[in-house]
Every structure is written in C-alpha cells, then in structure tokens.
Design a protein around this ligand. Sequence first.
Ligand SMILES: Cc1cc2nc3c(=O)[nH]c(=O)nc-3n(C[C@H](O)[C@H](O)[C@H](O)COP(=O)(O)OP(=O)(O)OC[C@H]3O[C@@H](n4cnc5c(N)ncnc54)[C@H](O)[C@@H]3O)c2cc1C
Length: 342
Amino acid sequence: MSETIKTDVLIIGAGPVGLFAVFELGLLDIKCHLVDILDKIGGQCAELYPEKPIYDIPGIPLITGHGLSDALMEQIKPFNPTFHLGEMVTSVEKLGDAQFRVGTDRDKVFECKAVVIAAGGGSFQPKRPPINGIELYENKSVHYAVRKMDAFRGKNLIIVGGGDSALDWTLNLQPIAKRLTLIHRRDDFRGAPDSVNKMRALVAEGRMDLKIGQVTELEGADSQLVAATVKDKDNALVRIECDAMLPFFGLTMKLGPVADWGLKMENGLIPVDLSSFETNIPGIFAIGDINTYPGKLKLILSGFHEGALMAQKAHHYVYPDKRLVFQYTTSSTNLQKKLGVA
Ligand SMILES: Cc1cc2nc3c(=O)[nH]c(=O)nc-3n(C[C@H](O)[C@H](O)[C@H](O)COP(=O)(O)OP(=O)(O)OC[C@H]3O[C@@H](n4cnc5c(N)ncnc54)[C@H](O)[C@@H]3O)c2cc1C
C-alpha cells in the first residue's frame, strides 16, 4: 500500500538550491517536503566537493561544500521541512489546477499544489564496474546501495572498492554477515585512514578477508550470484563463493526520470520563464543547475535568486485568494516571528 502525503510544495532535490527554496517558501507560509536520491542533503556540494572551499557565496568569503550544506540546514530550521532521502522521484502528474501527484521509487505518493524541480545535473547514479553480465544480477544479488542492512544478515558478502563507501559498508556489514570479503584492485585505499586501520585489524583477527585483485567473472542463475572470480595481482584466478556483491565505484550524474514528465526540455535542461522560473507546465518550477535561459550561469548564487522569485509565484498557487505583500526580514516583525527571532 502506498502512503499519500499532502503538502503545499514538493521539492525534487535537496542540493543547495532546493534547500534555500525551503527558506524562501517558508517566509511565505508555504510548507515543503523534499525528496533526494542521495542519502544525505547538499547535492553536488556534499557529494562531489564536501571539503573544497567555495569563494563566491555572497557575504561568505570562504565556506566548504559541507559547511554550506550545514549552514543552509540551520537557516531553514524554523520551517521544519520533511526530508525523504535515498529516494528518487520517478513520476510527476498534473491532476488539475494547482494539484499534482508525485511518486517515488519507494512507492511514496505526494499530493501538492506546486512542484519545484531542483534536480541539478540530474540523478547521481552508481558507476557500474566493467564485469560481463553484471546487469543480470543487479537489484537481486548485486547492489549499489544499502537500503536495509538486515537484508545482508547471515550472507556471504563481497564488497568491491577502495573508497569511503566500500570501507564504511565493510565495517558496518562485517558484524552481521556470515563472511565478508573486501576486494580492491590495489593494496592502497582512498578512504579515511581510521576506517582502513579498522578494516585491516578485522583482517588480522581473521574476522573478514581482504583480496587484492579485480572481479572478472560472476557465476549464478536467475539473478542469484553463487560466486565471483577474482584475478589477483599475480594474474591467478581465485573463486570466492558469495550470496551478494556490493560494488562501490563512485557516482556519475545522469538526467534520469526528469525527461519523462512531459516538460519541455532543451539539451537535457528545462527552459523556464524568467520572471518566475516556471516551466511550460503551470505550477511546476525549475531552479538551479537543471534549468536553462539566456545567460544562465550554473552557480549556487543564481539558484538562490531563482528560488526567491519562484516562491512569489508559487504563493499564487498555494494561496490563490491571498495578496502577497513584499517584506524585508530586517524590518518585518511578521517575518521575524516566522524565523523565531521576534
Ligand atoms: C567540483 C565542483 C566545484 C564547484 N564549485 C562551485 C563554486 O565554487 N561556486 C558555485 O557557485 N558553484 C560551484 N559548483 C556548482 C554548484 O555545485 C552547483 O551550481 C550547485 O550544486 C547546483 O545546486 P542544485 O541544488 O541546483 O543541484 P545539485 O547540487 O546537483 O543537487 C540536485 C539534487 O537533486 C537530486 N535529484 C536529481 N534528480 C532527482 C530525482 N529524480 N529524485 C530525487 N532527487 C533527485 C540529486 O540527487 C541532487 O542531490 C561546483 C560544482 C562542482 C562539481
């Protein structure tokens, strides 16, 4: 049974632009839910450059991607948005005037008065390792994300990769797996040194295995893996029995399902009206890196501006009978009350 959640606005994407949209909408008494494929907020800032400094956020001379995500979360706290992370919006349907139904790949259904697409470069999708026939096992016994740890309890697991995701899941799943083997092409890991040390300690204690080499072949039937063959550093082939394999080879960005929602598109981007950042479908807005218009710059500050103008028009759909009065946060007691500072 799918759950139906009613909200004023559904925001697709919890990157910096989706997050700031919550603030601009919140000032106008508009409640939001946000959905993001990633299991964390922050979009590209959190996923691609969390530790890198950003120098062009107005009024903030230097802030990291992670720092900006945290600061935006603090700024939108008064509006108490609800996040649905690790979930992809797969469908957007117009039901009538100011009424939309939005569905996710986890069978959640939202009904809302406006939709804000803040989907950036599209969906982050896992990179598929170059192993013949791997797609035959995907989602049954090859998984690129861990949605429920318990699904791997008592299983013979193979984790492939040398970054933080591979190491973190090795440490988290080792205690519940029957046996866990971490496979990496070289004996040098990109992940946090502390995680590498913990993993090596488990190997030294005989509680898991580490194999240096590359998976070259998978064995199984009806999408169920039974073994993987690893070519080790001496080119010897080693067969490892397994029930499931979790490759963590990083993420790549693809447009994803946005292209199927009946919106006008130009080169994978959504053209918008410049006064409101509304798409060709009234009530659906596109802000941030996902939109296009003459002179568009894919900068965070552009997305913030777009969010402010979008909110003015979204107000019209959420409160069709209410007149909107422009106010400054500096001088409006009304806005300050909403922010919890007056
Ligand atoms: C290395 C690097 C350095 C950068 N440096 C700067 C800089 O110094 N200054 C600057 O202004 N900009 C910089 N940028 C660009 C900046 O990061 C982007 O402009 C900004 O992230 C766009 O924000 P957004 O919220 O529009 O999209 P994103 O940050 O891409 O977030 C979009 C979110 O939408 C989610 N999503 C997509 N499709 C769906 C779906 N169907 N369902 C659910 N969720 C979905 C994605 O998972 C993602 O989390 C840099 C970018 C990179 C890669």
